[in-house]
Design a protein around this ligand. Sequence first.
Ligand code: PHE
Length: 512
Amino acid sequence: MADSKAPARVAWTTRSAFILAATGSAVGLGNIWKFPYMAGANGGGAFVAVYLLCIIMVGLPIMTAEVMLGRRGGMSPISSMRKLARDSGVSSRWAWVGGLGALSGFLLLTFYTVIGGWVLFYIAKMASGSLQGATTVEAQQALSDLLGNPWMVLAGHTLFMVMTLWVVGRGIHKGIERSARVLMPILFVLLIVLFGYAMTSPGFGEAVRFLFSFDFSKISGSSVIAAVGHSFFTLSIGLGAIMAYGAYMPRETINPRTGKRTPVSIGSTVLLVGVLDTVVALVAGLVIFPVVFAHGLAPGEGPGLLFVTLPVALSDVLGGMWVGTAFFVLVLCAAWTSSISIAEPPVAWLTEKGISRPKASLMVGAAAWVVGLGTVFSFNLGSGYTLFGMNFFELLDFVSVNIMLPLGGFLIAIFAGWVLKETHARKELNMKSFGIYMVWRAMVRIFSPLALVLLVVFSLWKALAGEPVAAPEPELAPAIEQPALEQPEGEELPPPDVPAVDSVGELLPESE
Ligand code: PHE
């Protein structure tokens, strides 16, 4: 009986493969680009403290639930949820939770690849030295030139989409697992090298103080909400990506030499992934802020921190061109392994319908590419088209990240805590400590759902009140209207009618 629930068809070759793939999913644009910027905009240490609390109290319990449901179901999130609902004697409509997740994943994919495309251009820009010696205004102009040119953004989007679906199409072992084994070590090595570089920077002490001095007076309602939302996004939970990866997680590993069987614990594996994800975010902050502070720039600079400030900050540093190139290669590794995981749930579902994996990847990629055109044009040709004051990209971002992910997480918590038979959950988690199991259970039954309801209500209320939403609002967009801050006198301003400046500038009404 238990065997009939064993992970279907394929499984990661080792436990470490799951850890690498799941960490690859979690560590993405959210950590390296968004976290530092959000910490900068939301009061530094105060935001970091709340974010850490959210990871522990909401993120990790739900991530544990997702992996548990995935491994128990052994199929794509949609089919796993249907099967588990039947096993628990409830309506198989719970499969819709998987469907909602696949849809959110699909929507995320449509704009994640657009930003991934920018990263590709920035690797080339840094490596070619074209940003060497650039002033803030020039770096802003370089970004608005890129975004204002639909063909360039389209080319980046297309290339990144092909890269993503090519890996997914090659399958779990040859595609996803192999890419994680190659890209994650590169990411970690680059991060360590850059961290070493940052430590020697004069702004390092200030960066540490900024990120770790927990001044609780700076905590506001909106920064709490921002932290909750971000903890979801950064851990890749709420859409089934981690659930899909969990389906390939073996229950035990067998040592080929000794034949010894070791159970694979979900709790400790999730904890490790969560810790790695958090450490990468904090280290990314410690890499970025020293350069920011050393140049007297504003930490609340906004989403342009990565695409504008960093090139400027590095432009006059010895070897800055190479540090910058390394940095964007790092961002690429992170973004690539994440987008792969975002695409996996819908592809896995299509393969269960009898479609071959390469064909399923092609279908998902082509559809996401078409919808992604909306985001591509949000920064240029279509920047004037808005709904509820948001352009296509902002709307998509708002709906998927602020509403669909938390909703998915909420339903997953409810299902794992209230619907799934308790004995099934306990058996699948197989936790050594009953106390920890009970804590997890209390979290998914009560605390996490409550926190999520508050998040969704607050986001909607803010949106309806016409206020920009605090959390992922400036999500993936660069601040290119920002600082005249250190602009030398008499320097030329960019022409006022550069379309991208207008469209992106609207994303940042609140940047401090
Ligand atoms: N966690 C990824 C990041 O931080 C984004 C992501 C969200 C990936 C949801 C998969 C699922 O960028």
